[in-house]
Ligand binder design. Structure first.
Ligand code: SAM
Ligand code: DTB
Ligand code: SF4
Length: 349
């Protein structure tokens, strides 16, 4: 979707936008089920990057306790518990700038993925920057989705992170898509961004070919000690608007109502589901921050009469649309990752 189209949508009266988004949701997701995903931080804190929202960046004095990479058996216990609790997707996060093939820690991650992939859940990882070879190895080990958020607009990103670039993020996304892994890519509201930044993020994400399989919409969880610790909470109606625009811009994606639900009322969450959110993180913890407990979420879903989704174990990522340009690798294209083979920028892909 173009920026102008997104602006027009976003400026509709609230209920007109909600109606449009709900119609798109019903067309693409007629059974209206909600996907339950459980997160686990498998390597916590001590990250070299300076993402100004993140408690795991080593340079900020936060209250977080760091942990080395978790042993496979401990991860398996968490994954089994998530499955028993009803989750169909297990997402493992590591506080790294990225991973490199051939290193002991990457081999350990592959081993963990092989284990978790035997449990019958979708397997998602978020490990930072990835090269093409690492992406293929993760796919072969059983990863079905890779989470790599763009967080905000290309224009605002340098105000939030300086240790890597938007283009670096796009290149990883391209590598993941080329390996045939589904992409999970979204953002955060509450990073002192403008409405235009939010819509630019959706413009970029909706231009991916294929479009992402899931789009997490996080609300900033202010972390003491980080530069954004005092940022105010986003107006919940703005969150609903963003969910609605994401639903319309990326109709086939799971739109995940992500971090920040502990500060949302049941009523606002219900509006988010009506606007097209069809996935949540489920379980007491996100990576390091709190999330509503399973019982609370089960009660909410029951109150709303919302059923939950079965796992999609097909490893197939969404297909490229041959009638559209392929999506982005670098600064070569206007922010949609192009296949590495078509990039002619010196020293880039
Ligand atoms: N290091 C990897 C990376 O940056 O992609 C993976 C872990 S990182 C914590 C995963 C995502 O969590 C970030 O991209 C960001 O969107 C989200 N996130 C991190 N801290 C957050 C916070 N305080 N509030 C909301 N979302 C947050
Ligand atoms: C995503 O978009 N949100 C999740 C997941 N992908 C990895 C992470 C949210 C992190 C919230 C802050 C924390 O737990 O530290
Ligand atoms: Fe590191 Fe990821 Fe946190 Fe950035 S968001 S500081 S890369 S863990």
């Amino acid at each position: 979707m173009t920026f102008a189209e997104l602006q027009e949508l976003h400026s509709l009266p609230f209920f007109d936008l909600l109606k449009r988004a709900h119609e798109v949701h019903e067309t693409h997701w007629p059974d209206g089920k909600i996907q339950l995903c459980t997160l686990l931080s498998i390597k916590t804190g001590g990250c070299s990057e300076d993402c100004s929202y993140c408690a795991q960046a080593a340079r900020y004095k936060t209250e977080l306790e760091s942990h080395v990479l978790m042993e496979r058996e401990e991860v398996m216990q968490h994954a089994r518990a998530a499955r028993e609790g009803g989750s169909t997707r297990f997402c493992m996060g590591a506080a790294w700038k990225g991973v490199r093939g051939g290193t002991p820690r990457f081999e350990q991650v592959l081993d963990i993925v092989r284990g978790v992939s035997t449990l019958g859940m979708e397997v998602c990882v978020t490990l930072g920057e990835l090269g093409p070879e690492e992406a293929k190895q993760l796919r072969d080990a059983g990863v079905t989705a890779y989470n790599h958020n763009l967080d905000t607009s290309p224009e605002h990103y340098p105000n939030i992170v300086t240790t890597h670039t938007y283009e670096d993020r796009l290149r990883t996304i391209r590598n993941v898509q080329d390996a045939g892994i589904s992409v999970c890519c979204g953002g955060i509201l509450g990073l002192s961004e403008t409405i235009a930044d939010r819509l630019r993020l959706l413009e970029v994400i909706s231009s991916f070919n294929p479009q992402p399989e899931s789009v997490p919409i996080n609300s900033l969880m202010p972390m003491p000690g980080t530069p954004l610790a005092e940022n105010p909470q986003v107006d919940p109606f703005d969150l609903v608007r963003m969910i609605a625009c994401a639903r319309i811009a990326v109709p086939g994606a799971k739109v995940r109502l992500s971090a920040g639900r502990t500060r949302l009322s049941d009523e606002i969450q219900a509006l988010c589901f009506y606007a097209g959110a069809n996935s949540i993180f489920y379980g007491e913890k996100l990576l390091t921050a709190d999330n509503p407990g399973m019982e609370k979420d089960r009660a909410l879903l029951a109150k709303l009469g919302l059923a939950t989704l079965e796992p999609n174990l097909s490893l197939e990522a969404p297909a490229i649309d041959p009638d559209l340009p392929a999506s982005p690798c670098c600064g070569e294209s206007d922010f949609a990752p192009a296949p590495a083979s078509s990039c002619s920028k010196a020293g880039c892909c």
